[in-house]
Design a protein around this ligand. Structure first.
Ligand code: IPE
Ligand code: IPE
Ligand code: MG
Length: 243
């Protein structure tokens, strides 16, 4: 018995495991990241088909700058390349792109690519795709608080939410992390307050429709209580239980 809607409105994914996927094949890590882009394309299609309204993915964390310089520059190149190649199709498919994260430290080429992709898809309504790039949950909270402080505004839950990078969408119903690690790694710290969590052993490049459906199936079996009791959530069900 579950009170969750059948399909989550907003899914967020920590796309982890590209490096291990490549290592197992004795190929460079960057080849794993390239395969990760294809996996994301497949995932976007699958979300559209399943009627999901918002997909948020973690693509590059504030801490990922600490990786070897060639991997960081390779990831930046890959983003610019993927934008150039994929945005026309995303536009056709009704996907609206948002980039969430700091633009500081990004090259002007990458920044222009992000701006153009957002502008070109701004009128789409089928699926909102938030790409968290150069993003950290702590950065988001601190940045929002600094903005409010600089404007002399009161810091409340509502004002902080409004100043954060994900204010245009409701909080994620389901957060999936691939790659088998059971941690958040600075993703959506504020917005994850009542998200259902699902950890998949699948490495991100292998994450296909069946793996997504497994997470959706698990979500359907959850009871989201938001601090209430089970009886408050499903009164008819609990009254009909024996005893
Ligand atoms: C996730 O895959 C992608 C990024 C963090 C950019 P990883 O590169 O972290 O893959 P693993 O965890 O090393 O396998
Ligand atoms: C989280 O993965 C960030 C992204 C998927 C972009 P990491 O691979 O960076 O996380 P840790 O270092 O294993 O916690
Ligand atoms: Mg990783």
């Amino acid at each position: 018995m579950s009170d969750s809607p059948v399909v989550p409105h907003h899914i967020a994914i920590v796309m982890d495991g590209n490096g291990r996927w490549a290592k197992r094949r004795f190929i460079p890590r960057l080849a794993g990241h390239k395969q990760g882009v294809d996996s994301l394309k497949r995932c976007v299609r699958a979300c559209v088909e399943r009627g999901i309204g918002v997909l948020t993915v973690f693509a590059f964390s504030s801490e990922n700058w600490n990786r070897p310089a060639d991997e960081v520059s390779g990831l930046m190149e890959l983003l610019a390349l993927a934008l150039g190649r994929e945005v026309p199709q995303l536009k056709k498919d009704g996907v609206r792109l948002h980039f969430v994260g700091s633009r500081e430290g990004l090259s002007s080429k990458v920044r222009e690519g992000l701006d153009a992709a957002e502008a070109v898809t701004a009128h789409n309504t089928r699926l909102i795709l938030n790409v968290c790039f150069n993003y950290g949950g702590r950065w988001d909270i601190a940045h929002a608080a600094a903005q409010l402080a600089s404007r002399g505004e009161a810091i409340t839950e509502a004002s902080l939410h409004a100043a954060m990078g994900m204010s245009h969408v409701p909080d994620p119903d389901l957060i999936i992390r691939t790659g088998g690690e059971m941690r958040i790694s600075n993703f959506l710290l504020w917005q994850a307050a009542y998200s259902e969590l699902f950890f998949s052993e699948c490495l991100w490049p292998d994450f296909d429709e069946a793996a997504l459906d497994e997470a959706l199936q698990a979500y359907r079996s959850r009871e989201r209580r938001f601090g209430k009791t089970s009886e408050q959530i499903a009164p008819v069900h609990s009254q009909s239980m024996p005893g």
